[in-house]
Structure formats: structure tokens, C-alpha cells
Design a protein around this ligand. Structure first.
Ligand code: PRX
Length: 630
């Protein structure tokens, strides 16, 4: 059995997972339906890297998410869907209904030319059809590439081109708070430069007028009318690709992180049940968007694998007011609630008057994900939402890890504010110094690496394996490098301190400084720019851009607006800087390297503590930047 119920059992399972990893994970895998058993549990090296779990095994993840549950819990709710507008009709799918919808839509995909191995882009708001779309792709062995609905047309087209999608699944529009967003228009614009896309399937959500391209665009509702609800699940190799999800790194374009079928299934399920201690009939709600890894793993796949009942929410935490989350918790009697620190901080700032009207007495477990949770937010969450009666699981993980790696087990691991606490079974974290030497013992700090594969580790970056090697396996040979800094305290508890590379975490969204700089540099008047993160009370980190412009006739304010528009066009509004300072130069070393350390200090407001600036080509520029700091 996989469910850990005591701390002693955690220690036993952990020990076994390290001493006999293959046997440990094979036991976890055995509870699933396999069309053919695997030949080999694990084959790996972190040099190429090559990582294969359950090779030779054949399965379809949707049979394990859906068909496997039909006899026992066909009538149980899989998803309660709560719309953006509180008064609008909610909606629900039982496991049988979800199974039927997935089979039908899988047939729609086939009718529209989709085959096993094809890449299908999904660009949609949080409507029930979004979960159906992912699962239908998986049913027929097509690879889904979900792009978060907040990305711009250009960002979308870049992701479609990178993996050569032939179908896009989208909606006419989206509701987000008070806004209505023209999603289909964005797709139309993106597709002007994506000749690989032959079909677009459109869900009607807002019923706003849209342009339908003859021969290319079809309506979801029309296609579903005729579709059969019989669809055999394609037999997939355990190492066939399940999905691609793009994420930002410290250099270049976003990378397509690849996850495969077997290991991802086993690991996400194991972590869901153990971290949240999910018990039959409980109601679970993860507030993430399915456009990010948290939604893939812990809204779609893992809860369904566990036969859970989930809430799926279309809206935002502050609409129509900052009590919305708490109202939804009471409405569905949510037992397990999983959200991000940025939402907690925003709701804390709104004040307790928005919390008081709600009972919140169904809650048993609270979760946090996506960025470090500061002690104050942790305490607020614990006292005002959990009523000091719900364990908080601060779950650390990444797009590349597929599932949670370091986290308390709810009610089992003793928690400590702002600590992700201990590694889950199968996870062997190590801290290394900048030269790659392992830092042993407790009460230490270093770069967080993992030294042994777990079943849902990244397999490759789509179309560019060398980039995967370079990014994750080359910095410290023999180790997977997370890009995060981390402390291990005297109790051996892990506390993630944030990224040590040029990746920012803004409201839990991962954004590369290089990506924002290259967008800014596209502006005709910009010569060069440097982007750094600075601490932000609500977002965790804000974006600070230093920009050199040639055009002296434009006001700084006008330039700022133009630069914002450029970023919105190239990436999306999530990457808009909080501050843009126009400067006449950047602090560079004699070899031409920008000294970001200095820019970070200035952005943090720590201007009297810049350290050694004598190696700069022109130290006087620092004075100018300090004087104009925002
Ligand atoms: O810096 C860490 C931070 O988010 C990064 C991963 O971002 P992404 O791939 O978008 O996935 C987010 C959702 C899993 C990590 O490198 N991060 C994530 N969770 C935590 C965290 N930092 C501190 N504590 C966490 N619980």
C-alpha cells in the first residue's frame, strides 16, 4: 500500500525508496492497469542524460484516470466546476460523464486528423472542456502542449512552431474577473505564422462574435453532436511522450519540458495521496491554472488517478471580491485547499472582513506551491484560514520535476513556517557549493541538486536534447540541478530560498530575465536593457528593467508605455515590469559583462551596500543609476 500514515512509516518508506528504488517504485506502479507489464523498472544516467522508467510497459493514463474507476465510482463527481461569476450556473462531471466526454472528444480529434504522436496545442480558459481536451489527447496518444491563456499571440505562435502542432483547441473568449478576453482572436493572429496548424476546434464560452476560417475552424459543440462515446485507449509505451509544457529558463526561448506516460502517472499519484493525505469522498481544490504544471499534475492527472473529487475554478481570487475563495470553500465543503503564496498575500492585504463571513470548517489540509512562502503569509494562512487546525503543506517542485519533491506529509510531518521540510520517498536532495562540492551536515546552505532519478523527472527538452543536458545536468556533473538555492537547518529541514539563476518568480509565474530583455530590446529606440527581480510584498518578486534608449525626444513616461506594450505583445501582460528606469549606461566589467549584482541591489533599494565596484569599466554610471532609482 502506498499511503503513509505515520512519521515512522514515512521514514521506513523513505529508507526503502533509497535502498531499493526499483522495488519501491515497481510496488507503486503495480496498482495501475498496464496493458503490458514493464521489462525494466529503471535505466538511467545523468550524463547524456537518459532516464527510462518502466520501459517496455504499455499503458494508457486515461484508463487509469477514468475507466478504472467506473465500476466503483462512476456516479461520483470528478469535477465540480465553479464559474467566474458567482451567480452563474455551476457544472459538474461525474467519472462516467467525464469518461464519456473524453471518449467523444477523442473521436472528434481523430475525425479532425489527429494521430498518435501528433502535437496538439491547447490554449483555453479554465472551462470543463479544458480537462476533457488534455485527457482526449492522452486517450489517442497525441501529445498535448498547453499554453497558458495569458500569453500573447507571438508567445503562442512560438510554442506552436517549436513543436509543430497540427491542431489547436481553444475557445471563443474567456472570463477572468471583470474582464472578457478575446481568446480566439489571439489564436487567429498567432496562426498567421503557423502553417503546420490545419484545424482549430473552438469551445463556445462567451458567445462573443468570432471569425471562423472555413476548412480550418470547427465548433466543439457541433463536432461533439455526432461523436461516438466509444474510444479504445491507445496503448502507449511507458516512455512515450504524454505532454510538452513550455517553461522559462535563464537563457533563450522557453523550453518544451517533456514528460512521459508511465513514470509521470506513478509519481504524481503517489505524491498526491501522500502529501495531501487524500481520503475517499473528500473534496479537493487546487486553484492553479491548468496552463501551468501545477494544474497538469494536481488538477488533471493525479486527482483523477486517485479517484478524487475536485473543484475546478474559472475565476480569480479577488472577483467579485476578496472573499471569493472562501465562499467557494464553504459552497463545496472543500477539505483540501491548495493555492499559491501570491494569492494568500493578496487576500491577506484585502483584510479579514472578507474572511469573516465564511465558516471554512470543512478544511482539513492547506497547501502552498510555486514560490517561497514568507513566514507572515504562512502564519496568516494558518491562523485565519486553517484556524490553527489544518496542517500546511509547503510543496516544493518544478515544471521539470513533474510532481512534488520536497514537502511535509499533511498531519504527519511536523511543519515549520516557510520550510518545505523533508524530501518525499525516492528523492535524494544534495546541496552543493558553486564548484559542485557536496555540502554535508546540517545548518548549511547551497545550490539544490538531486542525485538520483524519480519517476517523473524531465526526460528531455522537446527537439533539443542538448539543451536539456546543458541546463540541468552539466552545471554539476552527475546531478540534476534545480536552479534553486536552499538551506538545510539543524533539523535537516529544507527551506527553498529562491532561484540562483536569472529566472524570476513573479506571482508564482516563472519568467526569464533574458526573455524580458529581448522583448524590451525589440523596441526601436532601445539600445540595451538589463532586467532583475526585486522583493515585492504581494507578487513575491517584481520586475525592474534598466533601459538605454537612443531617442532623446520621447519622454521617459511615453517610452515606458511603449516598452510595456512591446512586452505585452511579445510575451503577455504577466511579464510587464513594475519599474522601468531609463539610464544612459549599464554597469559593465571591462570584459563587457553586466554586473547584475549591482543592479539587483539598487532595485532592492540597498544602494549603500553595493560592494566592490572598482572592476567596472565606468564606475560613474552607478552614481547616475542610484540617483535615478525608482
Ligand atoms: O524557485 C522554485 C519555485 O518555483 C520554481 C519552479 O517554477 P515552475 O516550474 O513554474 O513550477 C511551479 C509550480 C511547481 C522553483 O524552481 N517554487 C516552487 N514551489 C516552491 C518554490 N519555491 C519555494 N517554495 C516552494 N514551495
Amino acid at each position: 500500500m502506498s499511503l503513509i500514515t505515520t512519521f515512522e512509516e514515512y521514514k521506513e518508506q523513505y529508507k526503502k525508496s533509497i535502498e531499493q528504488p526499483e522495488q519501491f517504485w515497481a510496488e507503486q506502479a503495480e496498482q495501475f492497469v498496464w496493458k503490458k507489464r514493464w521489462d525494466n523498472v529503471l535505466d538511467w544516467n545523468f550524463v547524456e542524460p537518459k532516464i527510462e522508467w518502466f520501459a517496455g510497459g504499455k499503458l494508457n493514463i486515461t484508463e487509469n484516470c477514468l475507466d478504472r474507476h467506473l465500476a466503483e465510482r462512476g456516479d461520483q463527481v470528478a469535477y465540480y466546476w465553479e464559474p467566474n461569476e458567482p451567480g452563474d450556473n455551476p457544472f459538474q462531471y461525474t467519472y462516467s460523464e467525464l469518461h464519456e466526454q473524453v471518449c467523444k472528444f477523442a473521436n472528434v480529434l481523430k475525425k479532425n486528423g489527429a494521430k498518435k504522436g501528433d502535437r496538439i496545442c491547447i490554449y483555453m480558459p479554465m472551462v470543463p472542456e479544458l480537462a476533457v481536451a488534455l485527457l482526449a489527447c492522452a486517450r489517442i496518444g497525441a501529445i498535448h502542449s498547453v499554453v497558458f491563456g495569458g500569453f500573447s499571440a507571438l508567445a503562442l505562435s512560438g510554442r506552436i512552431q517549436d513543436c509543430d502542432c497540427n491542431i489547436v483547441i481553444t475557445s471563443d473568449g474567456a472570463y477572468r474577473g471583470a474582464k472578457s478576453i478575446p481568446i480566439k482572436d489571439v489564436v487567429d493572429e498567432a496562426l498567421e505564422i503557423c502553417p503546420s496548424v490545419k484545424k482549430v476546434i473552438v469551445v463556445e464560452r462567451t458567445n462573443s462574435p468570432i471569425k471562423m476560417v472555413a476548412g480550418r475552424d470547427v465548433l466543439w459543440s457541433e463536432e461533439m453532436k455526432e461523436a461516438s462515446s466509444d474510444c479504445l485507449a491507445e496503448a502507449m509505451d511507458a516512455e512515450d511522450i504524454l505532454f510538452i509544457l513550455y517553461t522559462s529558463g535563464s537563457t533563450g526561448k522557453p523550453k518544451g519540458v517533456v514528460h512521459t506516460c508511465g513514470g509521470y502517472m506513478v509519481y504524481t499519484h503517489y505524491t498526491f495521496e501522500n502529501v495531501f493525505q487524500y481520503k475517499k469522498d473528500e473534496v479537493y481544490w487546487c486553484t492553479a491554472d491548468i496552463g501551468w504544471i501545477t494544474g497538469h499534475s494536481y488538477i488533471v492527472y493525479a486527482p483523477l488517478l486517485a479517484g478524487a473529487t475536485s473543484v475546478m475554478f474559472e475565476g480569480i481570487p479577488t472577483y467579485p471580491d476578496a472573499g471569493r475563495f472562501w465562499q467557494v470553500i464553504d459552497k463545496y465543503k472543500v477539505n483540501i485547499f491548495y493555492t499559491a503564496p501570491t494569492a494568500i498575500r493578496a487576500l491577506e492585504a484585502a483584510g479579514l472582513d472578507f474572511v469573516k463571513p465564511y465558516k471554512l470548517d470543512s478544511l482539513k489540509v492547506l497547501g502552498s506551491v510555486g514560490e517561497p512562502i514568507n513566514e507572515e503569509a504562512w502564519n496568516w494562512y494558518n491562523v485565519n484560514i486553517g484556524k490553527e487546525n489544518c496542517p500546511i503543506v509547503d510543496t516544493w517542485w518544478q515544471t521539470e520535476t513533474g510532481g512534488i519533491l520536497i514537502s511535509p506529509l499533511a498531519g504527519i510531518t511536523k511543519t515549520k513556517p516557510s520550510f518545505a521540510t523533508l524530501p518525499l520517498p525516492g528523492i535524494q536532495p544534495v546541496l552543493v557549493d558553486d564548484k559542485g562540492n557536496e555540502i554535508t551536515g546540517n545548518g548549511v546552505e547551497g545550490n539544490l541538486c538531486i542525485k538520483f532519478p524519480w519517476p517523473s523527472i524531465i526526460r528531455t527538452t522537446y527537439g533539443d536534447h542538448e539543451r536539456c543536458r546543458q541546463t540541468y545536468f552539466a552545471t554539476y556533473p552527475g546531478l540534476y540541478f534545480t536552479g534553486d538555492g536552499c538551506k538545510r537547518d539543524l533539523d535537516g529541514y529544507y527551506r527553498i530560498t529562491g532561484r540562483v539563476d536569472d529566472v524570476m518568480n513573479v506571482s508564482g509565474h516563472r519568467i526569464g530575465t533574458a526573455e524580458v530583455e529581448s522583448a524590451i530590446n525589440m523596441h526601436v529606440d532601445v539600445v540595451e536593457s538589463a532586467v532583475v527581480a526585486f522583493p515585492h510584498d504581494i507578487k513575491g518578486q517584481g520586475i525592474y528593467a534598466y533601459v538605454i534608449c537612443t531617442n532623446k525626444n520621447k519622454s521617459a513616461e511615453f517610452l515606458r508605455l511603449e516598452i510595456m506594450a512591446e512586452i505585452t505583445k511579445l510575451i503577455g501582460p504577466i511579464a510587464k515590469p513594475d519599474k522601468i528606469q531609463i539610464v544612459s549606461g549599464l554597469p559593465k566589467t571591462r570584459s563587457g559583462k553586466i554586473m547584475r549584482r549591482i543592479l539587483r541591489k539598487i532595485a532592492e533599494g540597498d544602494i549603500n551596500n553595493l560592494g566592490d565596484i572598482s572592476t567596472l569599466l565606468d564606475p560613474s554610471i552607478v552614481e547616475e543609476i542610484k540617483a535615478g532609482a525608482l
